[in-house]
Design a protein around this ligand. Sequence first.
Ligand SMILES: CC(C)(COP(=O)([O-])OP(=O)([O-])OC[C@H]1O[C@@H](n2cnc3c(N)ncnc32)[C@H](O)[C@@H]1OP(=O)([O-])[O-])[C@@H](O)C(=O)NCCC(=O)NCCSC(=O)C[C@@](C)(O)CC(=O)[O-]
Ligand SMILES: NC(=O)C1=CN([C@@H]2O[C@H](COP(=O)(O)OP(=O)(O)OC[C@H]3O[C@@H](n4cnc5c(N)ncnc54)[C@H](O)[C@@H]3O)[C@@H](O)[C@H]2O)C=CC1
Length: 581
Amino acid sequence: MADPPRSHAQWVATEYSGNASDDDARRHRISPANRRVTDGLMCRVVRACHPIIDIGLFPRGWSFTLAWQVHATHSRSFVSCLGSRLNHHSGPYSTPSPRRRRYSSAQIAPIRTSQNPISRIIQDQRPKRGTGERPLILAFGPLAGSRISSRRVRVLQETSPKTSRISGFHKLEIAERLKKVSEFATLDQVHVDQLSASSNIDAHLADHMIENMISTIAIPVGVATNMKIDGRDLLVPMATEESSVIAAVGNSSRQCYENGGFTTSMSGTQMIAQIQLLDLTDPATARVAILERRSEIEVICNECDPLLVRFGGGFRDLEVRLIEAPSGTMVITHIVIDTKDAMGANAVNTMAERLAPQLAEWTGGRPLLRILSNLADRRVARARATWRCEDIGGEAVRDAMIAAYEFADTDPYRAATHNKGIMNGVSAVVLATGNDTRAVEAGAHAYAAKDGWYRSLSRWEVTKNGDLSGVLEMPMAVGLIGGATKIHPTARAALAILDVDSAEHLARIIAAVGLAQNFGAMKALATDGIQKGHMALHAQNVAITVGATGEEVAEVARRLIESKSINTDTADKLLAEIRGA
Ligand SMILES: CC(C)(COP(=O)([O-])OP(=O)([O-])OC[C@H]1O[C@@H](n2cnc3c(N)ncnc32)[C@H](O)[C@@H]1OP(=O)([O-])[O-])[C@@H](O)C(=O)NCCC(=O)NCCSC(=O)C[C@@](C)(O)CC(=O)[O-]
Ligand SMILES: NC(=O)C1=CN([C@@H]2O[C@H](COP(=O)(O)OP(=O)(O)OC[C@H]3O[C@@H](n4cnc5c(N)ncnc54)[C@H](O)[C@@H]3O)[C@@H](O)[C@H]2O)C=CC1
């Protein structure tokens, strides 16, 4: 077999034969079971032969031809080993039989095709006219598991061979990157224009914020009204793509506004970084040896970030835990750092990396991971509010909401959705202020499981006056310094609307929004159901989906709500009516 060319990708094919009867083979081609089997086979092959891309499976009679793309980076031995692996993995659709053909690696040969290898293979494998058989074409890699339509086949023919291996992509200008993406994905001009459009963040700033940047995506920012937090009236900016989220916060806050709104507090602004030590024969001794070095550790950590120390932050505490793992006992050191107005991930990661070699020297252990924990349980924001029974619709509503809460607190299936509702509010403020949504979300869900099972982040009770009281406590690692908070102009503007003077202040506001959101969703669910309010607001999106523009949007939405059938079919008809079609 010839070496694969070093400059471009090429297609290589081999043929597989099953020992199934012709009837079975015919069934193979049409049955979902076979689809699963062949998909499974190919998944394993793909895994085994990574980084192959674009594998096609083409039935011919009762045999299959596999074709895959080989790249310049693939060595001859790599290509050769494919054969044995494919043979090895071909079991699931072939029962043992002498009739089964097995292919040695030597029999795998590049298909000699000119410019259209895929089209050639497809033609080769197409059943004869008049047999009534339709070729089944399964694609893998970029088209994983899909049955390729003739249009997709055309696209494949036109664009293959294509590769995602683009060295130096990050060094290109934004426009050049976009051109490459557009060629790779054969984008229509309308998509290219959309991706090139400017937004309220300068493209060059965005290019510095992330890697391989080609565009920006604008998420609507709204403000929640009616919020009174710790006696102060606030408008809270929220960035979200979901309708009814901001309305719910305003509506919930309205209902407790006269009763004082929200009261908030916070446990502190401390973050934990973990350092993992392995290979210790005497982990208990190592643990104590580390604890003895507390003051040295404090110095090492604080020396990493004099600016943080100047702002009143720095080392606060030390914990050392022993974790039993299958490979032995791990010694896990926690450094607890007050990161003040920074979220603090970079700050504590630097300290953990600086400290790790010292821990190794003191204990003889092997340091491995050195990274913050997103379970920021030393940075818990709290919010509470009481809704007067008469302000929320009476005892029946209150009791229904308590029952809704109890469901969430005892059933993880419900708790996940309940907490998602809380995060609708939380993540929207976190995003609007340029903070790290994933960090806060990870912390929230880990905290929700802190008692050993996944439960509600909020607690709801009936007060002695018969009112409804809600409490939310959750880790809130957000900052005013660092990350995107200082550099994203929209985040800066959002922080200006909030007029917050510390990360703690911001975290407390976010907790209040989370509680308001939770109240709104629970009340809707326990009374009218979510669709009434949510879908009424979502109706505008449905109108836009079917092509309504300008004033048509509100009109189609209005008629959709009236019709009580908020879906695209109805919207289509209503739009046609409005346009007099
Ligand atoms: C949607 C509402 C607020 C309607 O509630 P409503 O009582 O019909 O509203 P209203 O028209 O009587 O207005 C009352 C107030 O709501 C606000 N409001 C009302 N409409 C707007 C609007 N267009 N834009 C901005 N604010 C609005 C506004 O504050 C207004 O006061 P006003 O300004 O008139 O003095 C209510 O039904 C609600 O809160 N529903 C819950 C919505 C929700 O949770 N959405 C999230 C998406 S669903 C989800 O993802 C989470 C979930 C539900 O699965 C979580 C879970 O399961 O727990
Ligand atoms: N698992 C995770 O959550 C991870 C998150 N990140 C990212 O880390 C970034 C946040 O890291 P940071 O350390 O906050 O950012 P940063 O390193 O940009 O800024 C923090 C630094 O700002 C200085 N500073 C100035 N004024 C300060 C004040 N008043 N209070 C506190 N520090 C002050 C301090 O030197 C401090 O170390 C986010 O972008 C996050 O997405 C990074 C790694 C992991």
